[in-house]
Design a protein around this ligand. Structure first.
Ligand code: HSE
Length: 306
């Protein structure tokens, strides 16, 4: 195989109670990429459609992730990358992670899979280092593993794959404003109250238990963020109204997706997910801010070949 076309999924990081450690993978919302072997060594980004992003390999997250992988193989040939972006950078649903995860997955397939998923996350997070200054893995891990993941440790990198509910849907609203991850991280307090840390760790533990025991009620009860959301929600127009409308419409929970401005909600089934979409759309139709909403099931496969 000399060429591959893949779907690189959007992801939700943090999931309210798991700042920098929890993430889950989405379906239908994502980028497409074509990666092909070339007789010319090195990595070249030959086309980017949909967003104005650098073609320069060293300045592009996909380029940097591909180079990190290439350092670990005997280079016999090079790779050309075409990126078809559907996820806006700065949207909070893992735009840079999709590009970075997509390219390392694709190259691994073209090389007959010499690398494990964990190693692919290791390469892909070099793209995150370029995008936001730190090699966070809470978006790239679910993009590569699929489903829900927990970043147990970043050094050494350890990822725990978590079970997912059958039939779980996410509804996402993406207000058309850009929030850079770096900026959204810079407003967070360096120190936090011990009582908040206790409540947050109780929620994180309960949420993981809920996933293992298929307990929607406990899952819903655990989707509260005491640490990050109070600071970041100020950056997102009408966040509180979106949240209360979503919960009234039957959502299991609602929070900031990654570093925002997108807001995620989870629902038990597709009908509720659409009801939630209607309810949150109403808030943004009223405030007049341009936005997109998406309804998607949780993708347990991660990046996939098209
Ligand atoms: N965990 C990261 C943050 C995700 O919230 O800053 C960035 O997408």
């Amino acid at each position: 195989m000399d060429e591959i076309k893949i779907f690189a999924p959007a992801t939700i990081a943090n999931i309210s109670c798991g700042f920098d450690v929890l993430g889950c993978c989405l379906d239908t919302l994502g980028d497409e990429m074509i990666v092909r072997k070339s007789s010319v060594k090195g990595v070249r980004i030959t086309k980017i459609i949909g967003e104005d992003l650098p073609l320069d390999t060293e300045k592009n997250v996909a380029g940097v992730a591909a180079l990190a992988l290439l350092k670990n193989i005997k280079e016999e040939y090079g790779f050309e990358i075409e990126i078809y972006k559907n996820i806006k950078p700065g949207s909070g649903v893992g735009s840079s992670a999709a590009s970075a995860a997509g390219v390392v997955f694709a190259i691994n397939e073209l090389l007959n899979k010499p690398f494990t998923k964990l190693e692919l996350v290791e390469f892909a997070r070099e793209g995150e280092r370029l995008a936001c200054g730190s090699p966070i893995a809470d978006n790239v891990a679910p993009a590569i593993f699929g489903g829900f993941t927990l970043v147990k440790s970043t050094n050494p990198l350890q990822i725990v794959e978590l079970p997912s509910f059958k039939g779980l849907y996410a509804t996402i609203i993406h207000p058309q404003i850009e929030i850079k991850t770096e900026d959204s991280r810079s407003i967070l307090p360096r120190k936090i109250d011990l009582s908040l840390a206790v409540k947050q760790s109780a929620n994180l533990g309960s949420l993981i238990h809920a996933l293992h025991t298929n307990d929607y009620f406990l899952f819903s009860e655990s989707l509260t963020d005491y640490i990050v959301e109070p600071h970041r929600s100020k950056l997102i127009p009408d966040f509180d109204k979106v949240k209360s409308n979503a919960l009234k419409a039957g959502a299991l929970g609602c929070g900031i997706s990654g570093s925002g401005p997108s807001i995620f909600t989870f629902s038990k089934n597709i009908q509720t997910a659409y009801n939630v979409q209607g309810a949150i759309n109403k808030v943004y139709e009223k405030n007049g801010i341009a936005h997109h909403t998406y309804v998607t099931k949780i993708n347990i496969e991660g990046v996939k070949v098209l």
